[in-house]
Design a protein around this ligand. Structure first.
Ligand code: SF4
Ligand code: SF4
Length: 247
């Protein structure tokens, strides 16, 4: 008899437990979902703006980026995540200019420390919050950030052309004046050294540069012998300047 009573008692408590469990399940079944609806809501979901998902070169509306290929980001990156390939191009005024060829970024080794972004002198870099970067192979994570076609070098403005022509003309005139002075000195029998200094501004600039270079050489010297050599060179240049300018 005792076992029948025990049987119904256990049955009752089991039934009670089942109803309690089902009531919790039923309640959650009709409660609105509180989890994210991803990926259903990927078009409308707003991710935090400062979330760092992947590095990008910032392009303006005309498709230009501001990278000047200085290499700072490559140097400051603690992981070797950035590899720059550069090239030299000719500019309209006949000079050479270093330009970015390939900006290679390995997302797989980036720690999102942001050092590259904050050290870029031209604000050419930024982090995008485009987080969907999962891939099956690591190769996919190596990206070329300068993905838009490169534009030709901009044509010079009229002001730039005028400035270059004026500089060229000034050089020609200075050279002609110097030559005339030398000829006059030679005709009067004076020593060429007595003639006015050729293109004084240019000569002074060259001397100032030579002194600056020698100073840097002296500072960079590591041995006594190198220091003595650099010091001697510097003293000679200073003596020349003193003889010429009295300073
Ligand atoms: S630091 Fe900026 S400008 Fe310099 S190479 Fe990197 S992205 Fe280009
Ligand atoms: S965020 Fe840090 S680790 Fe990533 S590329 Fe920039 S400097 Fe390197």
């Amino acid at each position: 008899m005792g076992s029948v009573k025990e049987y119904f008692s256990n049955f009752g408590s089991g039934l009670k437990s089942l109803i309690q469990g089902l009531s919790v399940t039923g309640k959650e079944f009709v409660t609105p979902k509180i989890t994210e609806y991803y990926p259903e809501d990927r078009k409308t979901y707003k991710w935090p703006e400062r979330f760092r998902a992947i590095l990008e070169l910032v392009y303006d509306a005309e498709g230009n980026h501001k990278c000047i290929a200085c290499g700072t980001c490559e140097r400051v990156c603690p992981n070797g995540t950035i590899t720059l390939e550069t090239k030299m191009v000719d500019t309209w005024d006949g000079k050479k200019k270093k330009k970015l060829d390939k900006y290679i970024y390995d997302l797989g080794s980036c720690t999102f420390c942001n050092l590259c972004v904050i050290n870029c002198p031209t604000d050419a870099l930024a982090f995008s919050n485009d987080f969907e970067q999962a891939a099956f192979t690591r190769d996919y994570l190596v990206k070329k950030l300068n993905y838009l076609p490169e534009k030709p070098e901009p044509a010079p403005t009229p002001e730039q052309i005028a400035k270059a022509q004026a500089e060229k003309q000034a050089k020609i005139e200075a050279a002609m004046k110097a030559k005339a002075a030398r000829d006059a000195a030679a005709a009067s029998g004076a020593s060429p050294a007595d003639a006015p200094a050729a293109a004084p501004a240019t000569a002074e600039d060259k001397l100032a540069k030579a002194i600056a270079d020698a100073t840097a050489e002296f500072k960079a010297a590591t041995t006594d012998e190198e220091k003595a050599k650099a010091k001697e060179k510097l003293q000679k240049l200073v003596a020349i300047r003193k003889a010429k300018t009295g300073k």
